[in-house]
Design a protein around this ligand. Sequence first.
Ligand code: HEM
Ligand SMILES: *[C@@H]1O[C@H](CO)[C@@H](O)[C@H](O)[C@H]1NC(C)=O
Ligand SMILES: *[C@@H]1O[C@H](CO)[C@@H](O)[C@H](O)[C@H]1NC(C)=O
Ligand SMILES: *[C@@H]1O[C@H](CO)[C@@H](O)[C@H](O)[C@H]1NC(C)=O
Ligand SMILES: *[C@@H]1O[C@H](CO)[C@@H](O)[C@H](O)[C@H]1NC(C)=O
Ligand SMILES: *[C@@H]1O[C@H](CO)[C@@H](O)[C@H](O)[C@H]1NC(C)=O
Ligand SMILES: *[C@@H]1O[C@H](CO)[C@@H](O)[C@H](O)[C@H]1NC(C)=O
Ligand SMILES: *[C@@H]1O[C@H](CO)[C@@H](O)[C@H](O)[C@H]1NC(C)=O
Ligand SMILES: CC(=O)N[C@H]1CO[C@H](CO)[C@@H](O)[C@@H]1O
Length: 337
Amino acid sequence: MFFQSSKMSTFGYFWFVMLAILGVISYSAADLQFNFYAKTCPKAEKIVQDYVHEHIPNAPSLAATLIRMHFHDCFVRGCDASILLNFTSSSGNQTEKTAVPNQTVRGFDFIDRVKSLLEAECPGVVSCADTIALVARDSIVLTGGPFWRVPTGRRDGLISNVSEALSNIPAPFMNFSALQTSFANKGLDLKDLVLLSGAHTIGIAHCPSFSSRLYNFSGILGNQDPSLDSEYASNLKANKCKSINDTTTIVEMDPGSFRTFDLSYYTLLLKRRGLFQSDAALTTNSTTLSYINQLLQGSLQNFYEEFALSMEKMGRIGVKTGTSGEIRKQCAFVNSN
Ligand code: HEM
Ligand SMILES: *[C@@H]1O[C@H](CO)[C@@H](O)[C@H](O)[C@H]1NC(C)=O
Ligand SMILES: *[C@@H]1O[C@H](CO)[C@@H](O)[C@H](O)[C@H]1NC(C)=O
Ligand SMILES: *[C@@H]1O[C@H](CO)[C@@H](O)[C@H](O)[C@H]1NC(C)=O
Ligand SMILES: *[C@@H]1O[C@H](CO)[C@@H](O)[C@H](O)[C@H]1NC(C)=O
Ligand SMILES: *[C@@H]1O[C@H](CO)[C@@H](O)[C@H](O)[C@H]1NC(C)=O
Ligand SMILES: *[C@@H]1O[C@H](CO)[C@@H](O)[C@H](O)[C@H]1NC(C)=O
Ligand SMILES: *[C@@H]1O[C@H](CO)[C@@H](O)[C@H](O)[C@H]1NC(C)=O
Ligand SMILES: CC(=O)N[C@H]1CO[C@H](CO)[C@@H](O)[C@@H]1O
């Protein structure tokens, strides 16, 4: 009798394991996949790539802002194109893109044009969230950075809320532990923090993102951040952000190579010339400092491979797959408001 029931439970265990395996398989069926649109819209990735390759060279500054758009999308409600919404019935026009960190994100019309090409090819199939992810990857390629395969199958969210953007997007004033927490909240570790911050090897910043380091450090007017190279600080004050009230002047984050995806961002960090407190913060912890040194000792190819892995990880944050969310027809609006 005992023997019998033990056999039964072995049998039951077998089915338990089989069902668990099936569960994992069906779960991964609802996960992102490489070439998700192979059958439903085989030309999708090519359409995006061609558009980026044709238009970014005429407007190279867009590449950086489009990469940043993907980051800001993923950090708020997951990579679900919530950053693109202009209006929802619950938030009105107080959507994510009106939040302070988004005021300097551009390229919404660029995404809209790509999306309209995709809609013309296969209506209602390719999500706005995947469009952003693919555009970001192709933009990085155009700045000389790595190509990697972007898993697709993200669906678009229905909600976009300005206060969530404010609480989830890390600020340039953050110290090491605040950055670590912000990234950990999204399942990203210290290595991801160092690698993804490397995106600051391209693009520009407006003075208010860092001028407190020049004029009002620690909230004391007239104070300068001692952790910022003083020669660089004087140069910024004399030639770029001439007063704390300057809100319009832009500064290259990686001066001299701000359109090239290279390692010089990390070189600048060690020279205490990272532009934001959040950049400088990466050198204040021994773990992240050693990652920086490893990257600088390694090859450009090594940086590219590691950066691509972290981008893929970021691109999986909180994604909606299967039947959740929807495929928006127009990226600025949910299908039924
Ligand atoms: C670690 C936390 C981060 C903080 C605090 C931060 C903050 C900022 C700020 C304040 C700007 C300048 C905005 C302006 O003044 O115009 C900026 C620009 C930029 N960020 Fe970040 N960022 C972070 C991480 C990232 C990540 C993970 C990516 C992408 C993988 C990214 C990509 C970019 C790019 C490409 C630009 C240049 C945008 C342009 O040229 O228009 N950043 N970031
Ligand atoms: C949505 O808002 C953006 C600015 O954030 C604007 O450029 C775009 O034209 C708007 N889209 C629609 C369809 O109204
Ligand atoms: C937006 O998010 C905040 C914080 O989670 C919440 O208090 C607020 O009710 C939300 N607003 C809308 C319109 O859903
Ligand atoms: C947002 O909506 C309010 C009222 O609904 C309107 O007064 C305001 O102009 C709108 N803002 C934008 C940027 O469209
Ligand atoms: C980092 O910033 C947080 C939030 O502003 C603050 O609470 C914390 O004390 C700071 N940590 C250090 C080590 O300065
Ligand atoms: C200086 O920083 C403090 C604290 O963050 C802030 O309250 C104050 O408005 C700043 N002053 C100026 C002129 O920006
Ligand atoms: C900045 O603006 C404030 C308020 O408008 C003004 O009081 C201050 O004098 C200005 N500072 C500089 C350096 O222009
Ligand atoms: C760096 O951060 C890690 C992870 O939070 C921590 O274990 C370590 O103590 C920190 N090191 C320093 C020197 O702050
Ligand atoms: C792109 C975008 O929507 N930018 C908006 C950011 O928020 C300000 C106001 O908070 C708007 O004026 C911008 O149009």
